[in-house]
Design a binder for this molecule. Structure first.
Ligand SMILES: NC(=O)c1ccc[n+]([C@@H]2O[C@H](COP(=O)([O-])OP(=O)(O)OC[C@H]3O[C@@H](n4cnc5c(N)ncnc54)[C@H](O)[C@@H]3O)[C@@H](O)[C@H]2O)c1
Length: 360
């Protein structure tokens, strides 16, 4: 039997991994304790996504906390060497939240990852593992690049080699300013590389930029695009925090990210680190994204500027995915920015006003 294990299976990336891989494996074993709601309140609930994946016939859910090493090892032990692929997406995803509770953040992101990798080592060492790391491991290093300011965005200076294709994996991870979230994810990222290099586990590390999609439970602290659209649909003010809204991010649909995992699974390169993002084509500042959304939907986004900047909130991030595309020429993102905005919009409209929990 071919088994795929997905941690964080009720979340955005995990949920899309379940949907994509249910048809490609005999059994999908999902692990999620619904902790996103503990982080962000009812608006962060992943219950609706969980209810959907639980309807998939070959999906089996386990309400396990990744901080519980014994429970994880016992669970993986039930499937043993039938486990072919492990997709690790369970995590605390917010810089801001981590600032308030750095120990919990470290426990979930760093210790949780070590627990999982150690369980894989003991139980199914031949399985391929993909880890969802983050570009936040670079801290504010991108802000040291030469940047230029236009009317609507910050941009990497056209004379810099990163301008054309975006930032690649060679950016330094040491030094600079970094949030506690960046610290816990960097610890997990490096631990995974050691499990590959030292112990031979077949792990790929994916440093993700801004990943989103229709099933993102976007809140102010995490998932800005989803939160923007969610706010617009319910007519609530969207806070544009810092940089006058000119900070640029490149957006990748979670479904395109999951296809990167599939390519890696089919031809793993253990220990490799890949950046995963939408690239220049899918890049936009917050102001540009608001304008794009308003144009697409004819709906106004009532936004308000918040002048204080978030700590180490970089002015421009655009991902260069050429390393991954060189190793896996069959992959390219298929969902464009307009497509992403439309699918997130359609989702929140379908959820309807009654689906917005108090505090959303
Ligand atoms: N979405 C992005 O833009 C983005 C960017 C960079 C990195 N990442 C990383 O990708 C991963 C997935 O992100 P996402 O957007 O799908 O997040 P998400 O919050 O939608 O999903 C994570 C899931 O993990 C679950 N979870 C949290 N703590 C847990 C625990 N202790 N035990 C078991 N389950 C737990 C949550 O309930 C949630 O369903 C995260 O590790 C995140 O740091 C995401």
């Amino acid at each position: 039997m071919d088994v795929v294990v997905v941690t964080g299976s009720a979340g955005l990336v995990g949920g899309e991994a379940v949907r994509a891989f249910a048809a490609r494996f005999d059994l999908v074993v999902g692990i999620d304790n619904g902790m996103r709601q503990d982080f962000f309140g009812p608006a962060g609930s992943v219950a609706a996504n969980l209810a959907q994946v639980e309807r998939i016939p070959n999906y089996r859910h386990h309400l396990v906390d990744v901080r519980d090493h014994a429970a994880l090892t016992a669970l993986l032990g039930e499937y043993g060497t039938d486990v072919r692929l492990v997709v690790h997406t369970a995590g605390q995803p917010s810089d801001e939240w981590a600032t308030g509770q750095p120990l919990v953040d470290l426990g979930v992101n760093a210790v949780g990852t070590m627990n999982l990798l150690e369980a894989v080592r003991r139980v199914c060492p031949g399985a391929v593992v993909v880890l969802t790391s983050t570009t936040k491991v670079y801290g504010d290093a991108p802000d040291t690049l030469p940047l230029v300011e236009t009317d609507t965005r910050w941009e990497i200076d056209p004379v810099h080699p990163y301008h054309e294709h975006g930032i690649d994996e060679s950016l330094r991870t040491e030094g600079g300013r970094r949030t506690f979230f960046g610290v816990s994810k960097l610890a997990a990222d490096h631990a995974a590389q050691s499990y590959a290099g030292l112990l031979g586990l077949r792990i790929g590390v994916f440093r993700c930029a801004s990943v989103t999609g229709a099933r993102h439970a976007g809140v102010e602290q995490d998932g800005f695009l989803s939160h923007l659209v969610r706010s617009a649909v319910r007519g609530a003010p969207f806070p544009v925090i810092g940089h006058g809204g000119k900070q640029v991010r490149d957006v990748l649909d979670a479904r395109d990210l999951v296809e990167m995992f599939w390519h890696f699974y089919r031809d793993p390169r253990p220990g490799e680190v890949y950046l995963a993002g939408g690239g220049r084509e899918r890049s936009a500042s917050v102001l540009e994204l608001i304008a794009r959304y308003e144009y697409l939907t004819g709906r106004e986004v009532p936004f308000e500027y918040v002048p204080e900047r978030r700590f180490a909130d970089v002015r421009c991030w655009i991902t260069d995915t050429r390393k991954f595309r060189r190793d896996y020429p069959g992959w390219r993102p298929v969902h464009g920015l307009a497509d992403i905005l439309s699918s997130v919009h359609d989702h929140w409209v379908a959820v309807g006003l009654n689906g917005f929990p108090v505090g959303s």
